[in-house]
Each structure stands twice: as structure tokens, then as C-alpha cells.
Write a protein that binds this ligand. Structure first.
Ligand code: 5GP
Length: 215
């Protein structure tokens, strides 16, 4: 018997929230969940492996793939292009695994238009003050660079309005188990119950005041 088709999970967050750490832990602990491998034109960072962290391609190859319709979604972020390969994603889903698509918010919007079966999770930092602290990092960036990151973070935060679920990455272990709960609950068809705990309206009613400075 063919396995039941997996669920594509779009996971977005303002940069500095820790979404990569959360997603990696969820995939490691499994079961039946993998991380989508995107295409990007950016240079590999130290330790990144082609085909594992990303498919690293040049701008010409990216353009060719885009023109032949290979991407379910794609977007520019900073100076680089990023895209999700449709075929690779569907093969995984057909194999019965859930797939985490760790992508930025413009790509999330494209998937919302194209895939009814997708679920949308937004990760939040504990507060705007905490995010600002993380983005300022060790104080090595110029004030201009910091302001640019803060502007992008504000725009990303505003996108929370169109996501199904929100999880706060305050305590890492709690955030990981919240994401595991969501995956398990949606697999079991318990979306309604999950919305009571992790639904955007419910969480944002509680969290809103902590992000007042972001407006
Ligand atoms: P980074 O260069 O730091 O790995 O990623 C930059 C941003 O691009 C992050 O917000 C990341 O989630 C997002 N991103 C990674 N892959 C994709 C993709 O395939 N499509 C879109 N739209 N965004 C992506």
C-alpha cells in the first residue's frame, strides 16, 4: 500500500529567531520528517555541503531552472536568489514524509496560493527587544547595517498575520516540542485542537504587546 502523503510545512521567522536550530532538531528527532533542500545562488558558508544544506547554483543555472518551471516558489533575499524545487518536494511527500520548508515570507505567500495542503508556521523570538539584541549581535556591525536588519525583521514580523500557527522560541526545548506536537497533530487530522493552542490569533493575543516597538 502506498504511504499516506506527507504534509509540506512552511516555516518562516524573522532572522535571528533561531528557526534553523529548531528545524534541525525536529528533523533529527523525527520520525518521518525531513528538511527541504533549496536552490540558492549564494556562496556556501563554512561547513555547508552542496546537496545537503542547499543546492548551490550560479545565477545562469537558477534562471534556467526558473524558466523551465522547476520551482514551486522562488524569491530574492538580500543579493541572492532562493527557490524550492517542485519535483524533489513532491517525491518526498509521496514517500509519506512531512517536509519542512524553511523559507522567507515572499516564498511562503507563493506556496499559499499554490498548495492547499501546506501548513504555515511562524516562529517568533520572545520579544522585539530580544530580537533587536540578537540582531545587534556582538556589536561588530555598523549602525547602518544593524538598521537594515531591523527594517527587514519588522517587515518579516508583519507577515505573521497570514500564518496558521505561531510558536515562540523562548525556551528551545519547548519550541522544538511545540513543532513536534503540530506535526503529529496535523498528521492525525487534529488541526482544530491545535489551533486552540498554537493558532495565530490565540498566540498573538498574548504576544502582541511584546512586539509593540516593532511597529
Ligand atoms: P540564508 O542565506 O541565511 O541561508 O537564507 C536567507 C533566507 O532565505 C532565510 O530566511 C531562508 O529561510 C530563506 N530561504 C532559504 N531557502 C529558501 C527558498 O527555497 N525559498 C525562499 N523563498 N526562501 C528561502
Amino acid at each position: 500500500m502506498a504511504p499516506e502523503r506527507g504534509i509540506p510545512w512552511v516555516v518562516s521567522a524573522p532572522s535571528g529567531t533561531g528557526k534553523t536550530t529548531v528545524c534541525r532538531a525536529v528533523v533529527e528527532r523525527g520520525p518521518r520528517v525531513i528538511h527541504s533542500v533549496s536552490h540558492t545562488t549564494r556562496e556556501p558558508r563554512e561547513g555547508e555541503v552542496d546537496g545537503v544544506h542547499y543546492h548551490f547554483v550560479d545565477a545562469g543555472e537558477f534562471d534556467r531552472l526558473e524558466k523551465e518551471g522547476a520551482f514551486l516558489e522562488w524569491a530574492q533575499y538580500g543579493d541572492n536568489l532562493y527557490g524550492t524545487g517542485a519535483r524533489e518536494l513532491d517525491e518526498s511527500l509521496e514517500g509519506g514524509v512531512d517536509v519542512l520548508l524553511e523559507i522567507e515570507v515572499q516564498g511562503a505567500a507563493q506556496i499559499r496560493e499554490r498548495r492547499d495542503e501546506a501548513r504555515f508556521l511562524f516562529l517568533l523570538p520572545p520579544s522585539w527587544a530580544e530580537l533587536e539584541k540578537r540582531l545587534r549581535g556582538r556589536g561588530t556591525d555598523s549602525e547602518k547595517a544593524v538598521q537594515k536588519r531591523l527594517t527587514i525583521a519588522r517587515r518579516e514580523l508583519a507577515a505573521v498575520q497570514s500564518f496558521d500557527y505561531v510558536v515562540v522560541n523562548d525556551d528551545l526545548e519547548e519550541a522544538i516540542s511545540a513543532v513536534q506536537d503540530l506535526l503529529e497533530g496535523e498528521r492525525a487530522g487534529q488541526g482544530e485542537a491545535l489551533r486552540g493552542r498554537y493558532g495565530r490569533e490565540v498566540v498573538m493575543r498574548h504576544m502582541g504587546p511584546r512586539f509593540e516597538d516593532a511597529r
